[in-house]
Design a protein around this ligand. Structure first.
Ligand code: SIN
Length: 290
């Protein structure tokens, strides 16, 4: 099914930035208490484009939170500490002293939670003069481009998603991986569930479309060993990140991206070793995948 990008808008200008995912939106000031009609159009633009981008916004953390709360409850990151004054806002910060970046692998946010995040709202505060872009990929397309037999087989499979061991981290725990390499503060998740089992092919609750729910948190398949699961996970990750399913966003300070974690993955590129990048991230709670 092609992207349904032919909605008409009265309040927004919506300009797709790539063939299958991503659109820039003009004509809206997110710091305002937006009327329901405008919020409805933003929702439509998100469902049609999977990730939407706004430029030249002036958003203090309280206004970013106010906008995020219009979409649902705020999800607290189990492993990372939020800002002191705004614990629901995660400051993503990388300076020249840091070796790794946060989010530098393909993933959907909180896929390891029993109810993974619905959406993420990321605001650019300080952006490198070049680099620090974010990639996004369309997981509907990833599912739809598989052969019918593969689709049928995967529809029976469940994935085990783990929060403390991302695939690119060579088996190290998140804390060990980040220790001494990224200054952002981690925290003990306490009782929060950080491993969950979800259908590998999930149905988007609003569009009814099926998406291939892969990502760095996908550790193995249910009732299969890691060794049995890994080759298929590797294939699906390569497949899901084919260039034609992706878009790439170049940030400025004041840019905001809002993505739908139910049908996308994203990847923060770490290519600015001598510069600082600071972002404010708020994540909105989602539903149990089915
Ligand atoms: C993230 O994975 O949420 C961070 C994305 C980014 O910093 O571009």
């Amino acid at each position: 099914m092609p992207e349904l990008r032919n909605s008409t808008y009265r309040h927004l200008e919506v300009s797709p930035i790539a063939g299958t995912i991503g659109a820039e939106i003009a004509g809206v000031d997110l710091a305002q208490d937006l009327p329901e009609e405008v919020m409805g159009e933003i929702r439509q633009a998100l469902l049609d484009n999977l990730v939407i981008f706004f430029r030249d916004q002036k958003l203090e953390p309280d206004r970013q939170l106010a906008f995020a709360r219009r979409w649902g409850e705020i999800h607290l990151h189990p492993f990372m500490q939020g800002m002191e004054k705004y614990p629901e806002v995660l400051e993503i910060r990388k300076t020249p002293a840091d070796k790794v970046n946060f989010g530098g692998e393909w993933h959907s946010d909180q896929a390891f939670a029993p109810k993974p995040a619905m959406g993420t709202i990321l605001y650019g505060v300080e952006i490198p003069s070049a680099g620090g872009d974010t990639l996004f990929t369309n997981l509907y397309r990833a599912y739809e481009a598989l052969s019918p037999s593969m689709q049928r087989m995967l529809e029976k499979v469940k994935g085990v998603y783990r929060g403390n061991n991302l695939s690119g981290h060579d088996g190290q725990s998140r804390e060990k991986f980040y220790a001494g390499r990224l200054a952002m503060k981690t925290r003990d998740p306490g009782d929060v569930q950080t491993t969950s089992t979800h259908p590998l092919v999930r149905t988007h609750p609003e569009t009814g479309r099926k998406a291939l729910f892969v990502g760095g948190h996908l550790h193995k398949f249910e009732d299969m060993s890691e060794a049995e699961s890994r080759p298929l996970i590797d294939f699906l990750m390569r497949h899901a990140t084919r260039p034609e399913f992706t878009c790439r966003f170049r940030w400025n300070s004041g840019s905001l991206a809002f993505w739908d974690n139910r049908c996308t993955m994203h990847f923060a590129i770490n290519d600015y070793p001598a510069e600082t990048r600071i972002m404010h991230r708020v994540t909105v709670c989602g539903d149990t995948p089915y």
